[in-house]
Design a protein around this ligand. Structure first.
Ligand code: S3P
Length: 481
């Protein structure tokens, strides 16, 4: 199928990738020539610039690309007001329908068209008569698609890697539980992961499903419960109560949007709720943690755990167990958690899935450790090689780099056969030298403390780690240490 996809933003770009992967011909349209140039360079599909609010520009586009079987209008009005909605949504839709009369239209709208605020469940048959002018314009654009036997996808609040106001605000300490008389337990929120929003658009187009469809995940959850659960996952104090934010674009909302109709057509979300995405999306938690940063005035919240990093044989497991004992903490070893879950040894994982498969498992284990407290976490020597792991490690606790000379590392690792990286052609000492050259800058950048262990007993190293961690937490979070 030849598909015109107007708006290559957070969802549009993903949808274009999915269409291309499925073998369709996609032409992505963006507003600016710069983003068209960037996309053309990065993507295997064609990207062109066109301002759809101009009838002349759209008719020129038609000349350029010829007939298409379907078009998807998923351009964003960004922060625009009613004028922008009129020109991009309503006029844009009119121009596209006029210039591509043969195409099946899909308009991406928003669940904000449902004005209900009494906590009820709404489906596609529920009244959608928005009180705001912007909502009314969305409905007008929706109707244009429906009048042409097309489809309307009403998208809930979109989140994904690099974009989650809910989590970002919580991590920054600026979120609050919103309640009012009508919703004393908090207002219901409706969310969708960007990958699932994109897969829903692809589903609607490839199945040619005309009519209105809500695109939302399976969760029925209040903003309050979501924040409280997130606070547990990120070891943060529960946020306080906050009066509703009158300036919020969507105003006060309190309804549960059902995805029953779309699910009934065979679509299902990869991430049924936000928490599934936190554990299964490799980038979500990490990307939002890295957005928050770590400054003097606003330090990143560090969970009360101790993370040990360093090369193979540096004593992470042995020292870690002693530290845990000293502090009354639990002890876990990421390598053991991986082998327990995979039910096979590390050399077998490397043999079956390659180092890449092992690294994916290692990152997944780190995500599963979110929410831990009072735990010493010994990590595999290569955990710091994956950039996605770094914000997670930093958030998970106080990080100590155990250093040792390569000679000592070689001696300690010689006895066992369970380290595939030391089993290759290269002699272990040479390999260890190479690994330390590659990894030392990464260990150094991440560590809160580094201990040169060659001259120390393991008890002495453990003492250093435990006391430094105690000090770190008492300075940083005096109330919880
Ligand atoms: C690795 C170190 C190992 C294990 C895997 C890969 C590495 O853990 O995760 O063999 O890349 O350095 P230890 O550091 O606990 O030996």
């Amino acid at each position: 199928m030849k598909i015109l996809l107007i708006g290559c933003g957070f969802v549009g770009e993903r949808a274009a990738d999915l269409f291309h992967k499925a073998g369709h011909e996609v032409i992505g349209i963006t507003h600016s020539a710069e983003s068209a140039a960037r996309l053309s360079k990065d993507k295997p599909w064609v990207a062109l610039a066109c301002d759809i609010s101009s009838a002349a520009a759209v008719s020129e586009l038609r000349e350029q690309v010829g007939e298409v079987q379907a078009f998807i209008h998923c351009a964003s009005s960004s922060k625009g007001g009613a004028d922008m909605y009129q020109s991009v949504y309503v006029n844009g839709m009119k121009h596209l329908l006029a210039s591509f009369p043969e195409a099946w239209p899909l308009y991406t709208s928003s669940t904000s068209v449902y004005p209900q605020i009494d906590g009820c469940t709404v489906d596609e048959t529920s009244p959608a008569e928005p009180t705001k002018e912007t909502g009314r314009l969305l409905r007008e654009a929706e109707n244009l698609a429906l009048q042409h036997q097309g489809a309307v996808a009403r998208l809930a609040g979109i989140y994904g890697p690099g974009r989650s106001f809910l989590l970002k605000n919580l991590l920054e300490g600026s979120s609050g539980i919103e309640i009012n008389e009508g919703a004393p337990d908090g207002r219901l929120i409706n969310q969708i992961h960007a990958d699932d929003a994109a897969s829903a658009l692809v589903h609607l187009v490839t199945q040619k499903l005309s009519g209105i469809y809500n695109v939302v995940d399976d969760a029925k959850i209040t903003q309050r419960d979501c924040l409280l659960k997130l606070a547990t996952v990120f070891n943060l104090p529960a946020p306080g109560i906050k009066p509703p934010d009158a300036a919020r674009k969507r105003g006060w909302t309190h309804k549960h949007v059902s995805n029953h109709k779309l699910r009934g057509t065979g679509w299902s979300p990869q991430y049924p709720d936000y928490f599934a995405a936190l554990s299964d999306d490799p980038c979500l938690a990490s990307s939002i943690l890295s957005l928050v940063g770590d400054t003097e005035s606003q330090p990143l919240h560090r969970a009360e755990n101790i993370i040990l990093i360093g090369l193979m044989g540096s004593g992470k497991s042995t020292v870690g167990r002693i530290v845990a004992h000293k502090l009354g903490f639990q002890f876990v070893d990421t390598d053991h958690l991986i082998t327990d879950q995979a039910r096979c040894s590390i050399p077998d994982i490397f043999a079956r899935e390659g180092e890449a498969g092992f690294r994916q498992r290692e990152s997944a284990i780190l995500r599963q450790l979110l929410g831990r407290r009072h735990t010493v976490i010994a990590t595999g020597g290569g955990i710091i090689t994956q950039p996605v792991n770094l914000p997670l490690l930093k958030h998970l606790g106080f990080i100590t780099w155990l250093e040792a000379s390569t000679e000592l590392l070689a001696r300690r690792t010689a006895a066992s056969n369970d380290r595939p990286l030391l089993r290759g052609e290269e002699p272990p000492l040479v390999k260890l030298h190479r690994l330390i050259d590659e990894r030392a800058p990464l260990y150094k950048a991440l560590a809160d403390l580094r201990i040169q262990t060659d001259e120390l007993s393991q008890q002495e190293s453990a003492y250093g780690v435990a006391e430094s961690a105690r000090m770190f937490f008492s300075k940083r979070q005096p109330s919880t240490a």
